[in-house]
Design a protein around this ligand. Structure first.
Ligand SMILES: Cc1cc2nc3c(=O)[nH]c(=O)nc-3n(C[C@H](O)[C@H](O)[C@H](O)COP(=O)(O)OP(=O)(O)OC[C@H]3O[C@@H](n4cnc5c(N)ncnc54)[C@H](O)[C@@H]3O)c2cc1C
Length: 639
């Protein structure tokens, strides 16, 4: 396996790189494509779009997911929208502006070439999805409607009410199922990938557990695509689906794939606040609500009056006050930190004091209740169901929560990891968002990766690589299966007294307190001391009831928690080593006089890609320097 961190960025002017690369890439003859098998793990927007595209091209695709149906992937939860530089609004958008906003939004910690390609492909995605029948919202004249999201001063977000992810996923899913019918894609639901199989340095297969029968299964292929989503659930409470996990990425990491920037986690400013220890997940209130909702807290601390009794003069619309240009639409990292700051000052609202108001009174007066209902009706209903309060009448209470992870497995421009053949798409890779993702850009990236990037870059890899025949009786598969089996047996043998959930909750609380919205050296060191203790406790005292050769949710979950307990150490170590603040990674030691994130470009303008050297051993840090030839890094300002 090569340890090179060459991002393989094509030569030439930024705007021409992707065209040129496509022209120079190797192709696979249509008649030969069915001779290549491709494993795709994950059926969210990244995985389903890749399966549909590669199936249509004629490759022999094996598609895996944990859920009982491909269309239940976490992507279905996405609410607010998907960005594209179509400029339908005529308000000044362009590919260059989307590129610029994304580089700046990511606090100058992403690769220019990838981000430019993403902005270019954004326009194709909308066409593809419309052709599939995705019911995007439309204006009265029939054109697709747009709304605004944070970190941009143009309206470029396409949406389907508050259910954009669901509609996009149905489009990708039906395209994928068309290929299942045609025989190019085999859908293997209820399977959890538990190991990556590497033969002669190439990714050649996976070992998975059949979650219904408990059987350990081996699958061989010419390439493996991980589209397994983000690792926000390491924090226990997050807006992610509870099935989201780090297992596939972490186990590939243990087989040699570098993990990049794990400390770049995104905290979303508008979630329904934590209400007690009974919760297993948190609910997002989409960023789109900040188009019309105004964020405020009382000017006086400990002001416990109900919101309607607090006069205008005693309200602090702190985002509008501090950031007059962007107002309530500052990016997520900025909005989250400001919410924390006002709550730390004792100005938070609600019983816990850990909430701020998101108020629609003015918008309802200005636009009428029906307009607000048509824009956000399902989100308001969801809020009412969860809180028993009516946001048409009283302001929502919101607080930041873990939501997205910009870190992930390291990939080059071709979306290939440092293990040849192992490609990583969607939220599972680290690539395009830098230290902070702008709203509505995850769906854009997942679909760009699956529909438009991987068909070319995978052909380039397959067409340019010689393969020896590898079947599932190869020693590497045998060894991998034995490792997986031993791990399962070990989990079942502990027979302790704590549930995986109890231990996961403890880990999550520790990460939230010490590696959450604000981080400092003492806290990070504390977490680094505590995580191995928690891991030890897990292996001494975890209780995993039920058998291994049957459906066993406890066993599945315990395996994932065991991986979080290993991965959390790397996340924290990465946060400790990066002594600068950037985007979602806020080191208290590194801030401007007015409390904004202060980067240290001289020392940290690189991607940190970590190599696994064994548990308990220090990982090796590989650096991919970042070069900014087209956008000059400056102190990020939304004032
Ligand atoms: C509540 C919420 C709202 C959001 N709203 C927006 C929005 O409006 N706009 C936007 O751009 N982004 C939004 N996001 C972010 C966006 O939804 C995600 O980043 C994106 O959907 C991730 O897609 P994905 O295909 O990479 O992974 P996922 O959709 O997470 O899919 C992962 C897939 O991998 C499978 N999998 C995982 N591990 C394994 C394993 N070991 N073995 C087998 N299969 C495995 C799962 O079964 C699943 O099929 C939102 C996120 C949340 C949480």
């Amino acid at each position: 396996m090569t340890a090179s961190l060459d991002p393989r960025i094509p030569a030439g002017a930024l705007a021409d790189k992707w065209d040129r690369h496509r022209f120079e890439s190797k192709l696979v003859n249509p008649a030969n494509r069915r001779k290549y098998s491709v494993i795709i793990v994950g059926t969210g927007l990244a995985g389903a779009s890749a399966a549909a595209s590669l199936g249509e091209l004629g490759y022999n695709v094996l598609s895996f997911c944990i859920q009982d149906s491909a269309r239940r992937a976490h992507s279905i939860a996405a609410q607010g929208g998907i960005n594209a530089a179509k400029n339908y609004q005529n308000d000044g958008d362009s590919i260059q502006r989307l590129f610029y906003d994304t580089i700046k939004g990511g606090d100058y910690r992403s690769r220019e070439a990838n981000v430019y390609r993403l902005a270019q492909l954004s326009v194709n995605i909308i066409d593809q999805c419309v052709a599939q029948g995705v019911p995007f919202a439309r204006e009265y004249g029939g054109l697709l409607d747009n709304r605004s999201f944070g970190g941009a001063q143009v309206s470029r977000t396409f949406y389907a009410r508050g259910q954009t992810g669901q509609q996009l996923l149905l489009g990708a899913y039906q395209s994928m199922m068309r290929q299942v019918r045609k025989g190019t894609v085999t859908a293997l639901a209820n399977r959890e990938m538990l190991d990556l199989v590497v033969v002669n340095g190439q990714a050649r297969g996976i070992v998975a557990r059949n979650l219904v029968t408990g059987a350990i299964e081996r699958y061989a292929a010419h390439a493996v695509l991980l589209c397994t989503g983000g690792y926000g659930t390491a924090y226990y409470l997050s807006t992610n689906a509870v099935n989201s996990n780090v297992t596939a990425s972490w186990r590939a990491h243990k087989r040699g794939a570098f993990f990049a920037n794990p400390c770049y986690t995104q905290i979303h400013p508008t979630c329904i606040p934590v209400s007690g220890s009974h919760q297993s997940k948190l609910t997002l209130m989409s960023e789109s609500l900040r188009n019309d909702g105004r964020v405020w807290v009382p000017t006086r601390s400990e002001d416990k009056r109900p919101p309607e009794q607090i006069p205008e003069s005693e309200r602090d619309y702190y985002l509008e006050r501090r950031y007059p240009s962007f107002g309530n639409l500052v990016p997520r990292d900025v909005a989250s930190r400001n919410a924390k700051a006002v709550c730390d000052e004792g100005r938070g609202v609600g019983d816990s004091g850990l909430a701020v108001y998101l108020d629609f009174t003015d918008a309802i007066k200005r636009l009428g209740v029906e307009v607000i209902r048509s824009r956000y009706g399902n989100l308001f209903d969801m809020y009412t169901k969860i809180t028993d309060e009516d946001p048409y009448k009283v302001p929502m209470r919101i607080y930041p929560a873990i939501h997205y992870t910009m870190g992930g497995l390291w990939v080059d421009y071709n979306l290939m990891s440092n293990i040849p053949g192992l490609h990583v798409l969607g939220e599972a890779n680290f690539s395009d968002h830098g230290a902070n993702r702008l709203g509505a850009s995850a769906l854009m990236q997942g679909l760009a990766d699956g529909y438009f990037v991987i068909p070319y870059t995978l052909a380039n890899y397959l067409g340019g690589t010689s393969f020896q025949a590898v079947a599932t009786d190869h020693d590497a598969f045998r060894e991998s299966e034995a490792t997986v089996q031993a791990n399962i047996d070990r989990l079942l043998a502990v027979k302790g007294s704590k549930t995986p959930r109890q231990l996961h909750r403890e880990l999550g609380a520790l990460l939230w307190d010490e590696v959450g919205m604000a981080r400092n050296e003492a806290g990070l060191r504390k977490a680094l001391g505590r995580i191995p203790q928690l891991r030890e406790e897990f292996w001494q005292n975890v209780s995993v009831p039920g058998p291994k050769n049957n459906l066993n949710k406890n066993l599945e979950y315990a395996g994932r928690v065991a991986d979080y307990l290993e991965f959390a150490e790397l996340l924290t170590l990465d946060a400790l080593h990066r002594t600068e603040s950037c985007g979602g990674h806020f080191r208290e030691e590194s801030q401007t006089p007015d409390g904004e994130a202060l980067r240290d470009d001289a020392h940290f303008s690189y991607v940190a890609a970590w190599e696994f050297n064994g548990m308990g051993k220090k990982p090796t840090l590989h650096k991919e320097p970042l070069h900014f030839d087209y956008v000059k890094p400056t102190q990020r300002s939304y004032k």
